[in-house]
Write a protein of this length. Structure first.
Length: 254
């Protein structure tokens, strides 16, 4: 299971757990087996774009609902509230991935099955994400849950979320925001922040490096942060190789 509710960076743990499901689905799309993954029993594999989008959205929504149920059952009110914010970020990143990042049959149909609308009845994550970040950074004092949420935002930006800034000439504003959020996390969790930055790892992989050159996966949440970042720079085969120890770490609660 992921880090227990209320533990340091438990929101980042839930983000990592959820994004593993997103990656599994992206891999299925890349390998042409999404229909098989989404089919039920002996029924024919779905091929209609709207049906594929609806089924995939429902599949990922089930992961979020399970998280929500767990946190609602065991968490304190402030932890439940913080997790809802993290869920919003998870939904925002996922919706952007399946509309703008992945070339697949259900791309155009995803707008009708947005996770953001499913859980929050809104369609403005491209703006709201940055309002949330500004509100968080404007606080004079940051409690552990706010720092945890900042870590989730860093990961979302590292994974390519751009929202209203997509298509702009420069990523300077996104980079500046990510750096400000990163510094907030770094002040509280220096070792984890080092893993989240990982410039050497990304540079090595982009240059054709091998997994052996990666730093050890110590606490499981550091591994989660690392594999999510290096995902941006590595091939599908290497990603699957890296994801297996991450899954084992999540399962054992290390």
């Amino acid at each position: 299971m992921p880090e227990r509710i209320g533990a340091p960076l438990f929101l980042l743990a839930r983000f990592a757990e959820f994004f593993a499901a997103v990656v599994d689905s992206k891999q299925a799309i890349a390998e042409g087996r999404l229909g098989a993954v989404l089919s039920v029993g002996d029924e024919p594999q779905p091929t209609d774009p709207g049906d594929l989008a609806a089924r995939l959205s429902a599949r990922l929504a089930a992961v979020l609902r399970l998280q929500e149920k767990e946190v609602s059952r065991s968490g304190k009110p402030d932890e439940i509230h913080a997790h809802r914010k993290a869920m919003y970020i998870m939904a925002a990143v996922t919706d952007e991935v399946y509309i703008l990042e992945v070339d697949w049959a259900g791309r155009d149909a995803w707008i009708d099955v947005l996770l953001e609308y499913n859980f929050f009845q809104s369609r403005n994550a491209g703006t709201r994400f940055f309002e949330m970040a500004d509100e968080l950074l404007a606080a004079q004092i940051h409690d552990p849950l706010q720092v945890d949420l900042a870590a989730v935002m860093v990961m979302a930006l590292q994974l390519g979320f751009k929202g209203r800034y997509r298509g702009t000439v420069s990523d300077a504003e996104l980079d500046a925001l990510r750096n400000r959020l990163f510094r907030l996390v770094e002040r509280e969790h220096g070792a984890l922040a080092t893993g989240m930055a990982f410039p050497q790892t990304t540079d090595a992989l982009q240059a054709g490096g091998t997994p052996e050159r990666l730093a050890p996966l110590s606490p499981w949440y550091t591994a989660a942060a690392m594999v999510l970042i290096v995902y941006l720079a590595i091939s599908s085969v290497m990603w699957l190789w890296l994801l297996e120890p991450f899954r084992r770490a999540v399962g054992s609660g290390e």
